[in-house]
Write a protein that binds this ligand. Structure first.
Ligand code: ADP
Ligand code: ADP
Ligand code: ZN
Length: 230
């Protein structure tokens, strides 16, 4: 029998296609609940920038808008999950993205008597995602996300959070690549919605609403679960 200790750090998963708002919402939840945002996309981009072995293998796959192999992603995430700062609980932003990753995660958490507390699916229309992704930019210094139309900095090109003027755009955020990334999402990641629904862990949010409305819905879900687990 597996003993689940409810006092273990909570684990939330954010599911959704590119542009759904996973990163944006993960940062809000991090600020509000002290959970740690773990973005496998950010970890992979960092590995590519540092030129590690994993980064070298991931680079061309990411540039094509395909999914990086389960082995590489699982290894990168496992290292990070083991660090002490994750003891307050985590929000997995962009992981798992395949059923194989979901199963490894369940096993990995089970070994320390943890489990996934909820998988929150951000429901959006594919057609809207091209605009979301192609208008995205990020503060290179603190990671705050922005959008040309939906979330502009208060002062043009200056980060609201840290005042940096060092903004960056992802090379895979071009409109022609988004279609392939959406295809990868539907083929390999969307089946996880059933996986977590069958496990009674699925929560759905209408992520077509504006950023603040989605944030309120997400906070409600996380709050209910954290309070119940206390
Ligand atoms: P993901 O991490 O799921 O790829 P992001 O959080 O990076 O998505 O959001 C993609 C882009 O869309 C960003 O530029 C962000 O500012 C913007 N955005 C996020 N959520 C919304 C929303 N609910 N409405 C409009 N724009 C949004
Ligand atoms: P988005 O925010 O648009 O959903 P991410 O930053 O999460 O994109 O991921 C960027 C790219 O990194 C993906 O297109 C994919 O190539 C790779 N990637 C990120 N997470 C995973 C994962 N869990 N499994 C496989 N590939 C991943
Ligand atoms: Zn900043």
């Amino acid at each position: 029998m597996t003993v689940i200790n409810e006092n273990r750090p909570p684990v939330f998963i954010l599911l959704g296609p590119p542009g759904a708002g996973k990163g944006t919402q993960a940062r809000y939840l991090q600020d509000r609940f002290g959970l740690i945002q773990l973005s496998t996309g950010d970890m992979l981009r960092d590995a590519v920038a540092r030129g590690t072995e994993a980064g070298k293998q991931a680079k061309s796959v990411m540039e094509a808008g395909d999914l990086v192999s389960d082995d590489i992603v699982v290894s990168i995430l496992s290292d990070r999950l083991a660090s002490e700062d994750c003891n307050t609980g985590v929000i997995l932003d962009g992981f798992p993205r395949t059923k194989a990753q979901a199963k490894v995660l369940d096993e990995r958490l089970g070994a320390t008597y943890q489990r996934v507390n909820a998988a929150i699916s951000l429901k959006v229309d594919d057609e809207a995602m091209v605009e979301r992704v192609s208008g995205r930019f990020t503060c290179a210094d603190c990671g705050e996300g922005y959008h040309d139309r939906f979330k502009m900095p208060r002062i043009a090109d200056t980060c609201d959070r840290c005042n940096s003027t060092n903004m960056s755009r992802r090379s895979d955020d071009k409109a022609d690549l988004v279609a392939n990334r959406l295809r990868a999402y539907h083929a390999q990641t969307a089946p996880l919605i059933d996986y977590y629904s069958e496990a009674n862990l699925l929560e759905e949010v209408n992520a077509m609403e504006d950023i603040q409305t989605v944030a309120v819905a997400m906070a409600q879900i996380v709050d209910d679960i954290i309070v119940c687990a206390d």
